[in-house]
Design a binder for this molecule. Structure first.
Ligand SMILES: Cc1ncc(COP(=O)(O)O)c(C=O)c1O
Length: 382
């Protein structure tokens, strides 16, 4: 049996009839830059997330960069983030001219550990602390970071919060007694519409959310080269607009997002049941869900004994897997100048050696999931 890590064709087949007339409409209009589809999507995403404003941009990576630019983050500034994430999180901080200050993750959730943020800030001198301007938590794999605690720390130290929600549109957690969606809690929320995300477009796309009208205006200017009127530039911005075709695709897909997330959650629950029934919990650890938040499983990542050999066994047996992420950011060549070395962030380094993502996309069948679990069991029996 073949079980791909992700099968986007299955999803497309289910919405093809809705999609094609909408795309034809955009093509017939020959209006491709910003316009009414982008505005409609911005409105719907802000409603969906519970944020006041949303600004459509070129990608999740540019969403992060534009949020940093809106905050005037500049050379000499530092931004706290995790070393166990996709490259763009820390890359965007350097693209803004600042430096990432890495903080280790919690071993259960793989998200940045707020206790260690506190430790770091407590360790820095007042002078060093004055350069720390923001914190960029990542809601990794589809589960929110510990936003209540991160918000308390940010308030105490006067830091801005940029949520990297690239993998977590639709994820939610409890804060101050009420449920909050990802991208509504920080000063900015950054969303990716990369095709493999829970809400993916037909190319690259992204969105920045904010509850601050001033930031929203600045973001709208920064995404068109800092223009405030035609050919009048207040800031040095970038070409960072979401295009109309991508917005039209996303408008068709957004109404299905929660049902797709429910499909992922159902698949995750079946994996967990079958892992327990097969007696596999000594060899693997399924994703740990915190009681005060949901998980939308953009990725279903397990910790596994003998990970590399397991991955090889699954590949040989037709099962797609991936490692998110095999090399922590502080150990990447391009970040050597920051002085990071092996052993600096032990939980992140351990996770990079021990975790593997299994297929979890909504159209996966119970038979396919049973086959994946059978193959994992067969591997550990050997
Ligand atoms: C955690 C995280 N941040 C940022 C990004 C960047 O998003 P994009 O690929 O849309 O630029 C991604 C995408 O993979 C991501 O997973």
């Amino acid at each position: 049996m073949q079980v791909p890590l992700l099968d986007l064709k299955a999803q497309y087949q289910s919405i093809k009839n809705e999609m094609l007339p909408v795309l034809t409409g955009v093509i017939d209009s020959q209006l491709f830059i910003l316009g009414q589809n982008v505005e409609a999507l911005e409105q719907q995403i802000s409603l969906y997330c519970g944020a006041e404003h949303a600004v459509g941009v070129t990608s999740g990576s540019d969403a992060l960069l534009l949020a940093l630019m809106a905050l005037d983050i500049k050379p000499g500034d530092k931004v706290i983030t995790t070393p166990y994430t996709f490259f763009a999180t820390a890359g965007s901080i350097c693209r803004a001219g600042a430096e990432p200050l890495f903080v280790d993750i919690h071993p259960d959730t793989y998200n940045i550990d707020p206790g260690r943020i506190r430790e770091l800030l407590g360790r820095l001198s007042a002078g060093e602390r004055s350069h720390v301007k923001a914190v960029m938590p990542v809601h990794l794999y589809g589960q929110c970071a510990d936003m209540a605690e991160i918000t308390a720390i940010a308030q105490e130290y006067g830091l801005k919060i940029i949520e990297d929600s690239a993998q977590a549109l639709g994820a939610a957690c409890m804060m101050a007694g009420r449920e909050r969606k990802s991208s509504s809690m920080g000063d900015f929320g950054c969303i990716s519409f990369f095709p493999s995300k829970n809400l993916g477009c037909f190319g690259d796309g992204g969105m920045v959310t904010t509850n601050d009208e001033g930031y929203a205006k600045k973001l709208k200017s920064l995404r068109v080269h800092g223009q405030t009127e035609t050919y009048v530039h207040r800031y040095i911005g970038i070409n960072g607009r979401l295009d109309a075709l991508q917005a039209a695709v996303l408008l068709v897909k957004l109404p299905h997002l929660d049902a797709w997330a429910a499909g992922r959650q159902k698949n995750a629950a079946l994996y967990e049941k079958l892992f327990a029934e097969a007696g596999l919990l000594e060899c693997i650890t399924p994703p740990v869900k915190r009681a005060d938040r949901n998980h939308v499983y953009n990725q279903f990542v397990i910790r596994a004994k003998n990970r590399n050999a397991l991955k090889e066994h699954l590949t040989k047996n037709g099962i797609g897997t991936a490692i998110y992420y095999p090399l922590c950011l502080h150990l990447q060549d391009c970040f050597k100048f920051l002085g990071g070395k092996q052993g600096d962030y032990p939980e992140a380094e351990k996770a990079s050696q021990e975790t593997v993502a299994l297929p979890v996309f909504p159209e996966l069948t119970p038979k396919q999931i049973e086959y994946v679990v059978e193959q994992i069991a067969a591997f550990y029996k050997k």
